[in-house]
Design a protein around this ligand. Structure first.
Ligand SMILES: [Fe+2]
Length: 315
């Protein structure tokens, strides 16, 4: 994995920067914060900026990990029972700012109006009553691996996660397409635009499917767009068998990371599929708690669905 451990001198720059930004804004959801976050991010230590730039530009891996950000467990408070934000602000605002600063070095954070009230920085927590749902808020049911928002051509390029609490070491699972040894004949079929993508359960089910390839880009090191649970079974035997082949190969290459508090994991939504292991939630304020953002490299791709050039919410 492409990884970066924050050194003491880097934290000596990061912490005052985060504190200053926190004094300027009430929340990371504020339009003024989102308009300025990429400017603030230029003040992160150069070593960290270079690390994320290499991840974005040279694609050394489908995931990257930044560790060593100190999280004060008492200050962030209990794991919230729901993703809906309290109106009196977030106890974890500094952590949210750090995650957003890192994300701003990869692109611009986006949100979907029909997902979690259009929040940019979301709490991934188990919700009581959602135990058996195939959603980020589920727990007892494994969240089966997928490309995020696979149905949409203007989906995000990266998912950024920051761990605040993970006492049970619940793994975030992923498979890196570059680690899957693919048969070139199957690759050829998977490069053809004959696979139908449907909205996953986090999107309204009324929109039409989109026909597209599963693999694209460079055949030697392809990009992937794959969410078998929300795709049609192809009619042709050849396409069906190529799809089943890729499912097996990804299953065999699934791995994961149980994030520790303060760790940020960025998943390249073009180079990796991701999911979450099942776990038994306690709903007592000590459950797994991650912050999540969705980052697009090119906001213009979704311009038709957003109200203004700089607005982040896709309708
Ligand atoms: Fe996901």
């Amino acid at each position: 994995m492409h990884s970066h451990e924050l050194a003491g001198e880097e934290l000596g720059v990061i912490r005052p920067l985060v504190e200053e930004v926190a004094s300027l804004h009430a929340s990371v959801e504020e339009a003024a914060f989102l308009e300025n976050v990429s400017t603030y991010a230029q003040e992160l230590p150069r070593r960290l900026r270079a690390f994320l730039n290499v991840f974005r530009l040279t694609e050394p891996s489908g995931v990257c990990l930044i560790s060593g950000y100190p999280v004060d467990d008492a200050k962030v408070g209990k794991t919230p029972p729901h993703w809906r934000k309290e109106s009196d602000g977030s106890n974890a605002m500094e952590e949210e700012i750090f995650l957003n600063l890192c994300g701003a070095l990869l692109g611009d954070a986006i949100a979907w109006s029909h997902q979690r009230d259009g929040l940019i920085c979301q709490d991934l927590v188990p919700i009581e009553g959602h135990e058996s749902k195939m959603l980020g808020s589920g727990s007892e049911l494994e969240l089966v691996w997928h490309t995020e928002d696979a149905r949409y051509s203007y989906r995000g390029d990266y998912i950024g996660l920051m761990c605040l609490r993970n006492l049970d070491a619940v793994p975030t699972t992923f498979a890196l397409i570059d680690e899957v040894r693919l048969d070139p004949e199957r690759v050829e079929v998977l490069f053809e635009p004959r696979f139908v993508f449907r909205p996953d359960p986090s999107h309204p089910s009324d929109s039409e499917g989109e026909k597209a390839p599963v693999l694209f880009g460079n055949p030697g090191s392809p990009y992937i767009r794959f969410d078998p649970y929300s795709m049609d079974r192809p009619e042709s035997r050849e396409a069906r068998s190529a799809m089943d082949y890729l499912i097996r190969m990804i299953d065999d290459n699934m791995t994961g990371a149980a994030l520790l508090p303060g760790e940020c994991l960025f998943i390249d939504n073009y180079k990796a599929v991701h999911g979450r292991s099942s776990f038994k939630a306690r709903f007592d304020g000590t459950d797994r708690w991650l912050k999540r953002i969705n980052v697009a490299r090119d906001l213009r791709k979704s311009r038709a669905m957003r109200k203004a050039p700089a607005s982040r919410v896709i309708f």
